[in-house]
Design a protein around this ligand. Sequence first.
Ligand SMILES: [Zn+2]
Ligand SMILES: [Zn+2]
Length: 270
Amino acid sequence: MNSHNRSELHVLCSSGQLLLQPLWDRLRAWDALIQSPFFPVFFSITTYVGFCLPFVVLDVLCPWVPTLRRYKIHPDFSPSARQLLPCLGQTLYQHVVFVFPMTLLHWAVSPALLPAEAPELFQLVSHVVLCLLLFDTEFFVWHLLHHKVPWLYRTFHKMHHQNSSPFALATQYMSVGELFSLGFFDMMNVLLLQCHPLTALTFHVVNIWLSVEDHSGYDFPWSTHRLVPFRWFGGVAHHDLHHSQFNCNFAPYFTHWDKILGTLRSAHTK
Ligand SMILES: [Zn+2]
Ligand SMILES: [Zn+2]
């Protein structure tokens, strides 16, 4: 597309689209990487480990920096290398052995298409919020079922509960069955809402961040549950309680489903 046509296209775009078009144009310049069969696994691992890394550093610093302990839900707990390394190893192993063949199959059947136009900003934000609400609902049902049916708990969910005081790298410490269920919900919502690839990418990043924050063990003044009004977001305070008490707070992010079903337990937040 020449520069004249491009400027005409921009005139036709709405202001919300114009905001995202430069970002989308930059990303599309990396189309060989984005459309490669290795991209989903590479993107998923680097985003996840990148989000976990600052918390790992905080955990290492915690014994020597008393101020940090004020923000820890379990002030006297810091994960040891013997806890951290198996979690990281499990994530890498599962992504290489199980996730990569699946994404390769998906790539062969339907290669990623990158449209020329960026999505509208409002559409991107509303689709990300809708994807999060759908994911929260699907995971709530899955999670409740896996705590109520002993066979399901033993077979698919018990592994994730090995850490009663979670830490960032314990987020994806789970069975292959649980990892695929979460991956399936994540992908299904994007397809269901026919999200733009940039929206899908944003949702994956937000979803990975929120899941890592849920397990981080740190309750900061800027934690998501303190930023969302009306106590609508449970976040780290609620999910940490789920890991120690098992029978409450089954939704990963929002509080409405647990409130409706009477399984909401509020954490004592500082
Ligand atoms: Zn659980
Ligand atoms: Zn968890």
